[in-house]
Design a protein around this ligand. Structure first.
Ligand code: URA
Length: 237
């Protein structure tokens, strides 16, 4: 008699779902919409970061967006508001998008990890951002794959090294390859650039200006691409 494949178990507790696989994959139902995913992700317990964060911060934007921007993880304000890139880095991102001629409505914005990882500051009440571990990125990855599957962006932009390395390989160096379109199966066009928060950390006004201009110039390449259909674009025509 053929052995039946055992279904992955879900352990339900009050309003949460802990997965046996250690990733979010069991929470993703076939044909889910972005809204369905967002609701399901609220109770994700695939890793322990839900204990630290106030809430899951799911991606935001249209399912028809042609550009997907992927950051590392929500920050302090994103965690409180439940929306990606709404804090200082998000405001800088908005300015850069506008300067590059990209309308935010054309963009789907998300993160590789959907909970805020932080530790308390030594003094005061500040919550200090902590880099997610590989296991946390892996646990969260099915959400991102599901977002990619629905949105199917024409251009995918990784913001910062964590995002780039988790999507393009651990050896990827944003410092060396920023602003270049690289080969990837994730989307017809894939680029990595700096994370907007790195610009906020610039040492002085002059270097902040230079870094911002370089960021805008990377985003302008994306805007340019959207204006000109190319044979490489599998979704064009
Ligand atoms: N930084 C990120 O990578 N993502 C956010 O949503 C906010 C800040």
């Amino acid at each position: 008699m053929a052995r039946q494949k055992k279904k992955p178990e879900k352990v339900k507790s009050a309003s949460s779902v802990v997965t046996r696989s250690g990733t979010a994959s069991e929470l993703i139902t076939p044909h889910a919409t972005l809204d369905d995913l967002k609701v399901a992700a609220r109770s994700c317990r695939a890793c322990d970061l839900w204990k630290l964060g106030t809430q899951t911060v799911f991606g935001e934007g249209s399912a028809k967006a042609r550009i997907m921007l992927i950051g590392e993880q929500p920050g302090d304000q994103e965690d409180r508001m439940g929306r990606p890139f709404v804090g200082p880095a998000g405001r800088l991102l908005d300015l850069a998008l506008t300067a590059a001629g990209i309308d935010r409505s054309e963009v789907y914005v998300t993160n590789v990890v959907k909970h805020f990882k932080w530790s308390p500051a030594e003094r005061g009440k500040r919550r200090i951002h902590k880099k997610p571990r590989y296991s946390e990125i892996r646990a969260c990855r099915p959400w991102l794959d599901a977002e990619l599957e629905i949105v199917k962006p024409r251009v995918l932009v990784c913001l910062g090294a964590s995002s780039a390395q988790s999507l393009l390989g651990r050896d990827f160096r944003v410092t060396q390859r920023r602003g270049q379109f690289v080969d990837s199966t994730l989307a017809p066009y894939v680029m990595a650039t700096v994370h907007p928060s790195s610009i906020l950390r610039a040492q002085d006004e002059d270097s902040r200006h230079v870094q911002m201009e370089a960021f805008i110039s990377d985003l302008k390449k994306v805007a340019e691409l959207l204006r000109s259909p190319s044979p490489k674009d599998k979704r064009a025509a």
